[in-house]
Design a protein around this ligand. Structure first.
Ligand code: NOJ
Length: 549
């Protein structure tokens, strides 16, 4: 492929300062009317994404899958799920987006496959099959092998092991699944696993993908002894962040760099240790990784400043750009989280029915949008964030699909509440998500009160969240100090509950997290603010402003 996308004002590689929009294909737009979003729906909405001004789209998995975990259970890494479209349709989408200057990032899921993947089917069909070695099959403990081989716990509740049934119907060995039982973990010690994924990378890069988002990137390697997890042990963790992983990513980097327009590798790496995190971003490994420290951070000035400083300090030694993420398909929607007493995010804290002030949440989410878009590095926007969608907390239990909810025995609401199909137009479900004569309702029910959240309703409203995102992204693109531009410098002399920083000497971002309005630093022009200023020009509580100095 010749010229791969638009040249921004910056000469640096695109991924260093991009605005990347996350598309959850099931819930973005339904082109064929079956109630499930699809690639045709995305193609129809490319003008919307171009108008929003994003540089790239990251698609959650679009591969053939039983959808036991929303597509993170992949049955065929080289295809497209029939409910989403066809491989030819994906190629067309990648090409059409690129025509508009928008790159495509596909989601690679290397830690596990679907239990319907041909490898796992072969491994289950015959305990002597060579495919057995591609997974972690082990005899159980206990007199009759009735206990799991070790004490590891699934990310989705319960043991991380499932007992298989032998072809003769008797209980057999157990297999490891760090997520759902329909997502068996691969054995990354096996050369076939490595070769297969390298080939899959080339497959999508050859089809024009500009990069990959790597699912569960710090979990691939397991201690082959499969010891019990002992949190007090000084030994390396048996499956998180093991040293051998770096060789895998070095090899992937060689592949990414072998293209004339190098492809980007983006890691999903949840690691509290910033030094260990940064190792994945050394110049011959991944290009960037999601900043979960920032995503989890409460709306508090001291904590936010510490997260920003810690992020920049961790990235500096490896010369990797930071990323700024407020939300994704796994976490509570920003507007809802910021409207609560506890504004941090944690899976343990994700609960139903926590009192929420939606007006406060919206005000903070607007300020947070301007904060993130002004920070140095790349920014991710999760579909619907630009519409200010809240978490949907009243999905009827029978409609829930997320294994995190289904396996929790009713204790966790799971992640469906942030995956509800987008409202595009109209004043009642399906709000233009599906075409007029759809054969089925949206796969998750949409709230009855989203008429004012539709893209159409917000497009003409200068005060809307959509208008704020459009204006901010437009300014960010024009402002060379932003994105991967100039360093961040904290402005002196501001109150402790105000975050104020410059990018270069002509641009400043000021965010007031205090209860009272704050005086703005001296400036020539107010470029944009997340809400109106006070009559005497002060910055109200939970409001952000971009200033020309
Ligand atoms: C992380 C993904 O973001 C999440 O949605 C998924 O359930 C797990 N990895 C397992 O693939």
């Amino acid at each position: 492929m010749a010229e791969h996308g638009r040249q921004g004002a910056q000469a640096a590689p695109w991924w260093r300062g991009a605005v990347i929009y996350q598309v959850y294909p099931r819930s973005f737009a339904d082109g064929d009317g079956d109630g499930t979003g699809d690639l045709a729906g995305v193609r129809e909405r490319l003008p919307y994404l171009a108008e929003l001004g994003v540089d790239a789209l990251w698609f959650n998995p679009w591969y053939p899958s039983p959808m036991a975990d929303g597509g993170y259970d992949v049955a065929d890494y080289r295809g497209v799920a029939p409910e989403f479209g066809t491989l030819a349709g994906a190629e067309k989408l990648i090409a059409d987006a690129l025509e508009l200057g928008i790159r495509t990032i596909v989601d690679i899921v290397p830690n596990h496959v679907s239990s319907e993947h041909p490898w796992f089917r072969a491994a289950i069909a015959d305990p002597a099959a060579p495919e057995r070695e591609l997974f972690w099959f082990r005899p159980g403990r206990g007199e009759h092998g009735e206990l799991p081989p070790n004490n590891w716990v699934s990310e989705f509740h319960g043991p991380a092991w499932t007992r298989s049934t032998d072809p003769d119907g008797t209980p057999g060995d157990w297999y490891l699944n760090l997520f759902d039982s329909r997502q068996p973990d691969l054995n990354w010690g096996h050369p076939r696993v490595r070769e297969e994924h390298e080939d899959v990378l080339r497959f999508w890069f050859d089809r024009g993908a500009s990069g990959v988002r790597i699912d569960s990137a710090a979990l691939l390697e397991k201690d082959p002894a499969l010891p019990d997890l002992d949190p007090d042990s000084p030994a390396p963790h048996p499956y998180v962040d093991r040293d051998g992983l770096h060789a895998v990513y070095r090899s992937w980097r060689t592949i990414a760099d072998s293209y004339p327009d190098p492809r980007a590798l983006i890691g999903e790496i949840w690691l509290p240790d910033t030094e260990r995190f940064a190792r994945y971003l050394r110049p011959d490994e991944l290009h960037t990784a999601f900043n979960f420290d920032f995503l989890s951070c409460p709306w508090e000035p001291v904590r936010l400043r510490a997260s920003i400083e810690g992020t920049l300090a961790a990235h500096a030694p490896v010369s990797a750009p930071a990323t700024w993420v407020l939300a994704n398909h796994d976490v509570t929607r920003t507007v809802t989280r910021y409207g609560r007493a506890d504004t941090s995010f944690g899976f343990a804290a994700k609960a139903r029915g926590v009192p929420t002030d939606p007006v406060l949440g919206m005000r903070r989410a607007r300020a947070a949008a301007l904060l993130t878009l002004a920070l140095p590095g790349a920014v991710y926007v999760y579909q619907g964030e630009e519409l200010g969608l809240p978490e949907v907390e009243d999905i009827p239990p029978a409609a829930l699909q997320d294994p995190m909810a289904l396996r929790s025995g009713g204790t966790s609401p799971g992640r469906d509440g942030c995956r509800v199909p987008l409202p595009w137009s109209g004043d009642a479900p399906p709000y233009g998500f599906s075409p007029a004569r759809a054969s089925a309702p949206p796969w998750l029910p949409q709230p009855a009160d989203w008429a004012d959240r539709t893209a159409a309703a917000q497009s003409g409203d200068p005060e809307s969240m959509l208008s704020l995102y459009r204006a901010a992204i437009r300014l960010r693109r024009a402002e060379s100090a932003l994105g991967d531009g100039d360093d961040l410098t904290w402005l002196p002399g501001v109150p402790a509950n105000v975050l104020a920083f410059g990018r270069g000497d002509r641009f400043a971002c000021v965010v007031n997290l205090g209860g009272d309005s704050a005086e703005l630093p001296a400036h020539r022009e107010l470029l944009l603010s997340s809400g109106p200023l006070t009559v005497d020009g002060g910055l109200p509580s939970d409001t952000a402003a971009w200033l020309r100095l």
